[in-house]
Ligand binder design. Structure first.
Ligand code: HEC
Ligand code: HEC
Length: 223
């Protein structure tokens, strides 16, 4: 069992300012509603193998660009997304996706924690960036934002190497560029609106298609 598989993830449900993280033991957040998730990696692996592997890969490195990689993603982020894909009490799901709605619906709360712990314990395989021109432009945006448009640097929340910051800020480094660009467009269109305090909608609203493609391409090669 890895250290990661044993960690107790604290899920922050509020959009608190950047959390101070001490990974492996606990996540300290500013006073806010938080609860503890403890996942069973072996049980999670079983679910992943039976249900999720076809699309996300047995180890969370997804073979197809439309399906996000989950390897090394923070357990608390995976758990949050699975919860968001579920419609609760007859209300529409907070994150709308027909495929994942069907996948999340039968999972119990424990199932979600277990599968989150499993994929989080896996190692993301690096991906090579393809278009050097796009990568260069994307790197500027990722590291420095776009001052003229008041776009914050992605690195300020997702960390300089794309590893993110548990519990709130997901890993984005090494993700398929197609998936990343699709999410940015969904945030811009307001089709995805499960980001706390509209943090990502605010950022994406100001990005052009070209800027989205550039930053996505850069992030795919980030590690
Ligand atoms: C038929 C293919 C398919 C299967 C099977 C599937 N997924 Fe997905 N999953 C997707 C797609 C496509 C998306 C992207 C959804 C979107 O665009 O919003 C996704 C998104 C996700 C996300 C959000 C990731 C992120 O970075 O925000 C999580 C978490 C996830 N899936 C977990 C699972 C788990 C756990 C299982 C198994 C119980 C599973 N998926 C089974 C296709 C699949
Ligand atoms: C103020 C903090 C903040 C900044 C700045 C920020 N993000 Fe995010 N981002 C978030 C949060 C929080 C989420 C998770 C939303 C959720 O819970 O679903 C997120 C999610 C994402 C996702 C979805 C990941 C996935 O797996 O589905 C992508 C892609 C992303 N951000 C890209 C970017 C890019 C590109 C930039 C810079 C142009 C950026 N972000 C700047 C806070 C930020």
């Amino acid at each position: 069992m890895t250290l990661r598989s044993k960690f107790r993830a604290i899920i922050t449900t509020t959009a608190a300012a950047a959390a101070t993280a001490v990974f492996g033991s606990l996540v300290v957040t500013p006073a806010s509603a938080q609860f503890v998730v403890k996942g069973d990696v072996a049980k999670g692996q079983e679910i992943a193998g039976k249900v999720c592997a076809a699309c996300h890969g047995p180890d969370g490195n997804s073979p197809l660009a439309a399906n996000p990689s989950l390897a090394g993603q923070h357990a608390e982020y995976i758990y949050k997304q699975l919860s968001n894909f579920k419609s609760k009490d007859g209300k529409p799901a907070e994150r709308n996706n027909a495929v994942m709605a069907g996948m999340a619906a039968p999972l119990s709360d424990d199932d979600m924690k277990n599968v989150a712990a499993y994929y989080s314990s896996q190692t993301a395989r690096p991906r090579a960036a393809r278009d050097p021109e796009l990568v260069k432009q994307g790197q500027l945006i990722y590291r420095g934002g776009i001052a003229a448009k008041n776009v914050a640097a992605c690195a300020s929340c997702h960390s300089p190497n794309g590893a993110g910051l548990p519990a709130q800020y997901p890993r984005v480094g090494g993700q398929h560029a197609e998936y990343t660009a699709a999410q940015l467009k969904a945030f811009r269109a307001g089709e995805r609106k499960n980001d706390p305090n509209g943090m990502m909608r605010t950022v994406a609203a100001k990005l052009s298609d070209r800027e989205m493609a550039a930053v996505s391409e850069f992030m795919a090669g980030l590690r």
